[in-house]
Design a protein around this ligand. Structure first.
Ligand SMILES: C[S@@+](CC[C@H](N)C(=O)[O-])C[C@H]1O[C@@H](n2cnc3c(N)ncnc32)[C@H](O)[C@@H]1O
Length: 209
């Protein structure tokens, strides 16, 4: 099925503006991983078809767990990855449930392009608390940052184009506060495409003890 092939998906889905965003996201992640240094265990949830698998696999010295609700995406990821390298573990996991991992099980928890799909604050708080619970130290989380101006622009654009959107915008301050309440401080918080796009990425560090 062409839609399930990772290379074909990257070509179809990640052209144009999305291609530019992808390059910027990859650059942010490469720099954050270099700053963190090699770590034993990484969780990528949701991994999708594995846009970041090669990078994360190179950074994990013991194990990379790729988890997603959709087993077909996990299969596409497995088909695109070779057997060489850090062992890869694939897990079907629902982020809306309690995660099937122990407290502090991973050195880095990677959650990319998921939070903006969650517009309910209670659900967002649950997801954030589960991600923080299973991380021993680092989290890399992406979100769509909202500001009153951006919200207004978006509202006008949606009204003019007749489109509907369920995207959950959340300001940088609220995202920071959400994770601060879970004992995580912001190491870096960066826009992926200032002015033009709301996508932002945060590197957070959990206080030990
Ligand atoms: C936009 S994709 C992002 C994939 C990857 N992180 C990336 O940045 O390329 C969103 C992913 O979330 C997964 N997903 C949706 N709902 C989920 C849930 N409740 N639990 C876990 N994964 C979910 C989808 O299957 C999809 O692979």
């Amino acid at each position: 099925v062409p839609g399930l092939d990772r290379a074909a998906y990257m070509k179809d889905r990640w052209g144009g503006l999305q291609g530019l965003l992808n390059r910027r996201e990859q650059r942010f992640v490469a720099r954050a991983l270099a700053a963190i240094g090699p770590v034993p265990r990484i969780l990528d949830l949701p991994s999708g078809r594995g846009r970041f698998t090669a990078r994360l696999r190179a950074a994990a010295t013991a194990e990379l767990v790729c988890a997603d609700l959709d087993p077909q995406r996990l299969q596409a990821l497995a088909d695109a990855e070779g057997p060489a390298g850090t062992p890869l573990v694939l897990r079907p996991v629902d982020l809306l449930d309690r995660l099937p991992f122990a407290d502090d099980e991973f050195d880095l928890v990677f959650n990319f392009r998921f939070l903006h799909h969650v517009s309910d604050e209670g659900v967002r708080a649950h997801v954030a608390s589960e991600l923080a619970r299973v991380s021993r130290r680092h989290l890399i989380v992406s979100y769509y940052g909202g500001s009153p101006i951006h919200g207004m622009q978006r509202h006008l654009w949606l009204a003019a184009s007749g489109r509907r959107s369920n995207v959950g915008l959340i300001s940088g301050r609220r995202t920071r506060d959400l994770f601060a309440a879970l004992g995580c401080r912001v190491v870096e918080d960066r826009s992926m495409l200032p002015v033009l796009h709301a996508h932002r990425v945060m590197h957070l560090e959990k206080a030990s003890g």
